[in-house]
Design a protein around this ligand. Sequence first.
Ligand code: N01
Length: 572
Amino acid sequence: MQESTVSKPIDAADELDAVIIGAGFAGLYQLHCLRDQLGMSVRVLEKADGVGGTWYWNRYPGARCDSESHAYAYYFSAELLEEWQWSERYPGHAEIVRYLNHVADKFDLRRNIQLSTKVVSAHYSEAANRWVVTTEAGEVVCATYLITAVGCLSAANVPDIDGLEDFKGQWYHTGLWPHDGVEFEGKRVGQIGTGSTGIQAAPVIAETARHLTVFQRTPNYSVPARNHVLSDDFKRHCRENHKDIKAIMHSTPNGHAFTISERKVFDVDAEERQAIYEDYWKDGGLRFRSCFQDLLADKAANDTAAEFLKSKIRGIVKDPETAAKLSSIDHPYATKRPPVDTNYFETFNRDNVSLVDIRANPIERITPDGIQTSAGHHELDIIVFATGYDAMTGPLLRLDIRGRDGQTLQDAWKEGPRTYLGLTVAGFPNMFTVTGPGSPSVLTNMPVAIEQHVEWITRCIQHMRQEGAERIEASPEAADLWVNHVNDAANATLLPQAGHSWYLGANIPGKPRMFMPYAGGMVRYRTICDAVANNGYEGFRRNDANASVPSAVASATVGPFTPNTEPAAPGI
Ligand code: N01
C-alpha cells in the first residue's frame, strides 16, 4: 500500500512534532514530557470524552485497582506526590479518574488533548518522513513522531457466541461499562468470566441482583484485598517519604512498593511455611506473591502456595460441590495474573448465587432468554461479559498502522508481535509503543513501567533532535534478539505453564500463541534500556544508517528475579 491511500494530502493536514494516541496514564505523561521538557508541538487524540484511559472505561461494579494506591501514581513530580492524598489502600476507579483529571489540570495538559476523537489509521510517509494520522471524522494530522499510548488491556473481547444478537435482555462488557451504571435490582444476571475483573464484580453484583449465575471456564486463585481507609499517619508517611518509596519501587522486579522476600520455599519447614502463608494471607493483596522469592521459578515451591490457596477456598465455600469447582485449578499460582478480591469466594455461600462449570458443560448458545449450556438452560435478564481483552496487540492491531512501503502492522505481526524493547517496531520509523508487547508493563505495577517507557522515549527523541537525526528505527536483527530474550525470560519462569493465559494470547481464537510481556523484571529491563541508550542507541538505524548490534540485549541474562535488598516499606 502506497501513500496514495492517505485520505487527505499531507499539505492539507495539521503539522505537529508528535501525535500521541490515548489520554490515560501513558498519554498524559508523554504529552507533559514532550511539550514541557522538549518544547515540542504535540497533540493527544483520545476517543473517549474524558481523560483516564483504562479507568475511563472500566466502571464495572467493584472496579478498583489491585496495586496499592500509594504506588499506583506518578512519581515524577514531588509536588504532585505531596499534594495528592489517596483515601483507601486500593484506589477505586472513580478516585483514579479524579486523580488523572487533577494531573491534566495541574500540568495544563487539556489544551493539547483532543477528546472524542477516534483514530482510525496512522500511515508513515517515507517521502515526507511524517506519520499521517486520520480520525474517524476524517481529520488528518501529520507528525514526525507517532506515540501509541493505547493501553494493553483496552481492546474488549466479547466472545463470538451464537445467538447474542437475539438476546432480549441487556448485555455489557466490563471494559465498556455504561457511565450511568446498570440497575441489577430484581434481575437475573449471568456473568461470564472469572479473571481479575469477574472476581471483583461478582460480589458487588450479587448484593443487588435477584440471582447471579457465574459461568466459570477456568477456576482461579484469589487472595483477599483487605482494603481499608488509609490512616492520616500512613498518608503523612507517604508524603514525607516518597523518595524512599520510589527507591523501593525501582528496586523490585514488579515495581510495587513492597520488597520480595529473599527466602525460598524449602528454606523453611512445613510448619513455618504455613505460618508465613497465613501472615501474608492476612495482610492480603498482591503482596502474597512476595512471601518467597522462588514461587514463579520452582514448580514444587509453587505447589505449596497453590495448595494453601486451594485449601482456603475449600474452607470458605460451604457447598462442597461448588468448592470443588472453584478450587480445581490446573495452573501454578500467579502464572495467570493473580486476582485480588473482596468476598469473592464468600459470595458463593449466598442463596442468590450459583456457579456453572462451562469447562465441563460448555455454553452452546445464547438464547433470547438466557444461556444454554450442554447441561441446561439459564434464564437471564442481563449478561455481563467479564471476558477480558485482546491484550497488548489488540489495541494496536485494531488501528490501521502502516510503516515503510505501506507494510501493515497486521502483516508485520502475523506470526506474533515483534518489537525491540517493547517500544519500537522494525519497519515503523519514528513510532514508539508505550507498554507495547515485549515490554514488562502488565507484569509490573503499571505506572512504574509507564514512567520508564515515557522517559526513555523522551530521552531518545531529545537525543535525535540534538544530533539532528530525523529518523530512528529498530533494526530487524535487534528485534529478533529482543523477541528471543523475551521468550527466554518467560521460559525461565513458570509463567508459560498457564496454557490458557492471555499473556500467551490463548484467550483469543486464532491469535498467535506467544508469550507477550517481558518477564525478566523491571529492574533488568530498565538496565537494558539504559544501556541501549548509553551505547548510542544500539540496535537502531538512525537516518537509515546501519544499526550496531545491541550488546546490552545480547549479553542480558535470564533467570530468577533478583530479590531486592532495600528496607521494606512499613505496612499499612
Ligand atoms: O480478563 P481475563 P479480566 N467463554 O482475560 C473468561 C487487568 N485487571 O478482565 O481463563 C467463556 O483475565 C476467561 O476464561 P479463561 C489484569 O491485568 C486489573 O478479568 O480464558 N469464558 C476468564 O475467566 C487482568 O489480568 C485490575 O479460560 C471466557 C475471563 O473470561 C486483566 O486486566 C482489575 C471466554 C477473562 O479473564 C484482564 O482481566 C481487573 C469465553 N469465550 C483487571 N473468553 C485491577 O488492577 C474469556 N473467558 C483492578
